[in-house]
Design a protein. Structure first.
Length: 364
């Protein structure tokens, strides 16, 4: 049996157990209320409810047993059309009504001991109609109970399906980071080779190997501490530092206690790649990259800022959309934190670019 089939079997067993347990309790409650109502009605008719209680308790116990039999028959037809369930419930109720009427007559003979024994067909008819109404009421009650459980089960399965779809989406978006990062880093290694910096290129290849090994071990669906994410990004910047060591300056501004905040793994990677590629790589001057984290209300705001050469900004054509890195981050936070997650980017001054991520603040 496949794991998925095993899971379905476990779910079905849990569903059956839940329905059985609920039916037992509701059956007891149903007949307890029936006992109270009938006692009141018999009292109104002049019959002592205390003296008649033992006989009624025996009759109600039999009725409860018949009700569980009706429930079992209807549960076996739970996958059938609603009309089939109604027919099964009505037929079982009719059979149970005759059986319950027979029990009622036997209890009458045993308790009253009439001599001679005379069948009062009017009373038997009333008992039969009353029993039929009682069991039909239970049948429709049980149909409603089944429908409620089926609705809850469908909602649960829909939630599981949505969760699986979201997990697949998160994996796809997360795994999109490494090829993008690898492409940019290989370009940097190619640049070092073209510049004749073979030793630096070799160190960069070794650092790249170590970095990739670390990132590939991360679970795309498990969040990491911000401190661990920053350590990974520092490792990446060390790789890029082989090429831009004289033009790249890193500064971190992390709010107190936010190192323990939980964030999606590698969520900062595309933002820092963009800062290196478009900031450091596009300027002849030293460029400062600032990574900051701050608490804003109940949310965590992460941002990456970098200097941009003024002439580069002036010459840059207007873009109609975001690049793959910023789009990846936007899609990831919106999928992971619907309605709360966001990624906003743009110039904060003529020569400074900023990308900011907003997500719920959760501490490890």
């Amino acid at each position: 049996m496949k794991p998925r089939d095993d899971a379905k079997s476990v779910d079905e067993s849990a569903y059956v157990a839940t329905v059985r347990r609920t039916t037992l309790w509701l059956g007891f409650l149903y007949w307890f209320v029936e006992f109270l109502v009938s006692s009141i009605l018999w009292g109104i008719l002049g019959i002592d409810p205390v003296m008649s209680a033992p006989g009624k308790l025996l009759l109600m116990s039999c009725g409860m047993t018949f009700s569980y039999g009706i429930a079992a028959a209807m549960f076996s037809a739970r996958h059938q059309h609603i009309a089939v369930k109604i027919v099964v419930g009505f037929a079982c109720s009719l059979i149970a009504a005759f059986a319950n009427t027979g029990v009622d007559f036997l209890l009458y003979l045993f308790i009253v001991r009439p001599d001679p024994i005379v069948a009062d067909w009017t009373s038997i008819g009333y008992t039969l109609v009353y029993s039929m109404a009682t069991f039909v009421g239970w049948s429709f009650f049980f149909v409603a109970l089944l429908y409620s459980f089926e609705l809850r089960e469908r909602e649960r399965r829909l939630a599981v399906t949505r969760e699986e779809a979201l997990a697949a989406q998160m994996r796809a978006l997360r795994y999109q980071v490494n090829p993008h990062f690898l492409f940019n880093t290989l370009n940097s290694i190619t640049g070092l080779i073209e510049e004749g910096e073979t030793d630096a290129a070799t160190r960069m290849v070794m650092s790249l190997s170590s970095f990739l090994r670390t990132t590939l071990e991360l679970d795309p669906l498990h969040d990491v501490r911000l401190a661990d994410e920053l350590a990974l990004q520092t490792g990446y910047l060390h790789i890029e530092g082989e090429r831009y060591c004289d033009r790249m300056k890193l500064r971190m501004d992390i709010g107190t206690g936010l190192e323990e905040a939980l964030v999606p793994s590698l969520i900062l990677q595309p933002l820092i790649e963009n800062a290196v590629k478009h900031g450091v790589g596009g300027s002849a001057d030293q460029v400062e990259i600032v990574i900051s984290a701050a608490k804003v209300g109940e949310t965590l705001q992460l941002s990456v800022e970098n200097d941009i050469a003024t002439e580069t900004v002036a010459a840059r054509p207007r873009s109609t959309g975001t690049g793959i890195g910023l789009k990846n981050v936007t899609d990831r936070v919106q999928a992971r934190f619907p309605g709360v997650g966001a990624c906003v980017s743009g110039l904060v001054s003529p020569a400074r670019f900023r990308a900011a991520i907003t997500m719920p603040l959760r501490l490890a």
